[in-house]
Design a protein. Structure first.
Length: 197
């Protein structure tokens, strides 16, 4: 059985075109709200806002600044093409992200890593300008700017690898939370369905 989603006028919109569900207007929205409410209670977090966004691609996301002030959203394509058990598992995965505080954690990590990239790039630029280009002037020379740009590129790539690794670990934790909240079989089925899309 697939969920049949009737497209209706949006209550609230973001740049994604997501429609916030404040009052369910059909059985699919009522089911989605009750599913998220049950999972949020099981995960020990506040009830997130729930939205549906227009996209044929099966997708979902979570956002918010803390565990008790968040939003989870699912695409129309996922509601139309995935079974209720698979949608439940995907929403449990997103609830896992909220419960683990992944949105804030990843933002903080990205900010800290970027700060280190800029800091060390300038140190490298200053060293190259003084040691290699022998600039003894009051201000930075051309060597500083060239070395800083090059160092930011190289260090930025290395920093991205670190952030991607950390993000991957958080995805595994959200999958584990999804399996715990919706059942391992449903989580596996959802992941297989996503892989096949």
């Amino acid at each position: 059985m697939k969920l049949s989603l009737a497209i209706s006028k949006p209550i609230a919109k973001w740049s994604t075109g997501a429609k916030l569900i404040t009052q369910p207007r059909n059985s699919a929205e009522a089911w989605l709200l009750s599913t998220v409410q049950r999972q949020a209670r099981q995960a020990g977090i506040g009830m997130p806002e729930v939205a549906i966004f227009p996209s044929r691609a099966p997708n979902a996301f979570a956002t918010g600044w803390n565990k008790n002030a968040s939003l989870v959203a699912v695409s129309e394509g996922m509601l139309q093409r995935f079974s209720p058990a698979e949608v439940k598992a995907v929403m449990a995965h997103e609830i896992g992200h909220v419960a683990n505080g992944d949105m804030v954690t990843l933002s903080l990590i990205q900010g800290v890593v970027n700060t280190f990239v800029m800091f060390f790039a300038r140190i490298i630029g200053n060293f190259v300008d003084r040691a290699v280009f022998k600039n003894e002037g009051d201000g930075p020379g051309i060597g500083y700017f060239i070395a800083t740009i090059f160092a930011e590129l190289v260090l930025g790539i290395l920093a991205s690898i670190i952030v991607m690794w950390f993000s991957r670990q958080r995805e595994f934790r959200a999958d584990a939370a999804g399996a715990q909240l919706a059942g391992a079989g449903a989580m596996i089925a959802a992941l297989e369905h996503l892989k096949a899309e």
